[in-house]
Design a protein around this ligand. Sequence first.
Ligand SMILES: CC(=O)SCCNC(=O)CCNC(=O)[C@H](O)C(C)(C)COP(=O)(O)OP(=O)(O)OC[C@H]1O[C@@H](n2cnc3c(N)ncnc32)[C@H](O)[C@@H]1OP(=O)(O)O
Ligand SMILES: N[C@@H](CCO)C(=O)O
Length: 331
Amino acid sequence: MPIKIPDDLPARDTLEAEGVMVMGEADAIRQDVRPLRIGLLNLMPNKICTETQIARLIGATPLQVELTLVRISDHVPRHTPVDHMTSFYRAWQDVRAERFDGFIITGAPVERLSFRDVTYWDELRRVFDWTQTNVHRCLNICWAAQAAVHHFHGMPKHCLPRKAFGVYDHRVLVPASPYLVGFSDDVCVPVSRWTEVRRADIPAHSGLTVLAESEQTGLCLLDDPSHHSLHMFNHLEYDSTSLADEYFRDVANGVDIGVPHNYFPDDDPTRAPINRWRSHAHLLAGNWINRIYQTTPFDITRIGRPGAVSHHPAPAGRVREAVPAHAAGPA
Ligand SMILES: CC(=O)SCCNC(=O)CCNC(=O)[C@H](O)C(C)(C)COP(=O)(O)OP(=O)(O)OC[C@H]1O[C@@H](n2cnc3c(N)ncnc32)[C@H](O)[C@@H]1OP(=O)(O)O
Ligand SMILES: N[C@@H](CCO)C(=O)O
């Protein structure tokens, strides 16, 4: 379960202590395989925490993954030390000539602003367009997913009457999707947002397919094959205590949103929360990485070129190309 990250990235110590295999350069070369190149455009304020969460998931598959940390070119983060950004991050404008097998864009606490009031909105729109030529598969999380379906499909973002906050049951609607292999019918997913995008706004003929949804909090996961993207509106990557951290932060700031749904035992915030989503977080990440591996061209320079398909020799047990799933198509 190898992930290649810089030796002194804080995530390394955390992941090694958890038993995630973090590779050195020598082992990576010895394996003599082309690692999957995954980029992470990190828009979260707590960047070190988010790097660790994502590295934990994409590093827990049998494939070698090389993680590139990417930042918005002209945004100076307020909450992450400058030397961390300088040491480990590359500006998007400096990686835009490169190609990636996978590219992840995180959430951001700007969801209550209109898109055009986000200072980096123009650059993010350019990033979305660039993913269509330079990235094989994308995964957009929370606000980035809302932004992506707005950019690509014109879907609006709606304010909620109260924050959707807690761990909610979700229904898997397309069990045959290659991204949902091994999922149970119901999945617990952490949700933490003041806004939503709605099924009723999915444009006809967009090709968007709802993969998972909750009765209480709506859309969770969309497959967007025409933009080779997954849009995840919630937070399977969250640590056990992420919702608690947000809850205590908000309480300290006098924001009373109530205790997170179905999270603390007996809704008692003095008790440690139980993580009911970790296994599905790993499953989704593993399925996404596997899907990339099965379909990305061996020659990475061919990504984005017409007809670029995998030339990997089929490994044992290789999953066949998925039949597009339409079991639960757009509304
Ligand atoms: C819906 C989702 O995607 S959920 C994901 C978001 N969740 C989280 O970020 C959880 C953790 N976050 C937090 O606890 C809080 O955001 C805090 C405590 C870190 C900071 O809160 P505040 O002080 O109220 O917000 P602050 O004004 O510093 O802005 C937060 C971030 O938004 C950015 N931001 C604020 N306004 C704008 C704007 N108009 N355009 C672009 N970015 C903006 C800030 O730059 C900052 O990010 P940075 O650290 O990369 O610079
Ligand atoms: N998950 C976020 C929502 C803010 O957009 C938080 O509570 O920090």
